[in-house]
Design a protein around this ligand. Structure first.
Ligand SMILES: Nc1ncnc2c1ncn2[C@@H]1O[C@H](COP(=O)(O)OP(=O)(O)OP(=O)(O)O)[C@@H](O)[C@H]1O
Ligand SMILES: [Mg+2]
Length: 235
């Protein structure tokens, strides 16, 4: 009986991990397919994007390999990786590029409102940060449903803080969903294929970076997600 329980527990852990990983791999793979699909000859700029997407897939695959070791099961669930100074503008630009390919055939405009060359660093697990940005943009696009959507991403600094804002003009988030997210309770609402993994991961990533989350939303007007981090000093 004990063994059986252990096996069930083990299988549940594995299933959660596999769910998380397939969630991770979905977006970059989709982008890659789009790029390959749309290119007969690949110009340099697209080659660069293709390479960035491939790099990300390979990062995720490396993690997958690491997680197959029993000691890392719990790390896999919490996404526990080392934090290090990460250039926010570069990381977000990489994700926006990826998302533009992913949503080529959707009426969605993704607008960065920051200097892509700004040297602003935060102390974060860079892969977890990119995964978080990817999920927040996916959520924003989902919220736009069939309407023409715009997702505006901005970076601001104030004293020793860095504020990353992602704003959409989608259908808005119900207050009950907002409360659950802010109370760290996984929730999915109004989606055929939602799992509620997105904010679970975002909250873990923020906890490890001493970051904070704020959400403002108005029905049929849109949603604004604000992530705040401490600026990290790089010499
Ligand atoms: N920008 C947004 N506008 C409206 N609702 C949102 C927005 N972002 C999140 N939500 C709501 O919050 C819920 C939780 O988001 P979360 O990313 O954690 O899970 P999910 O998107 O449902 O599934 P998953 O990310 O695991 O694929 C969503 O199901 C959605 O109802
Ligand atoms: Mg999501």
């Amino acid at each position: 009986m004990k063994n059986q329980n252990h096996t069930i527990h083990h299988q549940m852990e594995l299933t959660t991990i596999i769910g998380q990983i397939s969630h991770d791999i979905r977006s970059p793979l989709c982008s890659l397919r789009m790029i390959i699909h749309s290119c007969t000859e690949i110009p340099d700029t697209q080659k660069k994007s293709l390479k960035a997407v491939c790099d990300r897939i390979s990062d995720i695959t490396n993690n997958l390999l690491r997680y197959t070791k029993p000691d890392h099961y719990s790390d896999a669930l919490t996404g526990k990786n080392a934090t290090s100074p990460t250039n926010v503008a570069h990381a977000i630009t990489e994700i926006i590029t990826e998302k533009r390919y992913e949503y080529t055939f959707r009426d969605i405009k993704i607008t960065p409102k920051f200097n892509p060359n700004a040297d602003i660093f935060i102390n974060v697990d860079s892969q977890a940060f990119k995964r978080a940005m990817s999920n927040i943009i996916n959520n924003a696009v989902d919220a736009c449903e069939n309407r023409a959507g715009e997702v505006v991403v901005s970076i601001a600094t104030l004293d020793n803080k860095v504020l990353v804002t992602i704003e959409d003009n989608g259908k808005g988030m119900p207050e009950s969903v907002r409360e659950k997210i802010l109370n760290h309770t996984p929730v999915t609402f109004g989606k055929a294929n939602g799992h509620g993994i997105g904010y679970t991961q975002i909250c873990d990533m923020l906890a490890k970076s001493n970051g904070t989350l704020q959400i403002q939303s108005r029905q049929n007007i849109g949603t604004k997600i604000m992530l705040t981090f401490l600026k990290s000093i790089v010499y």
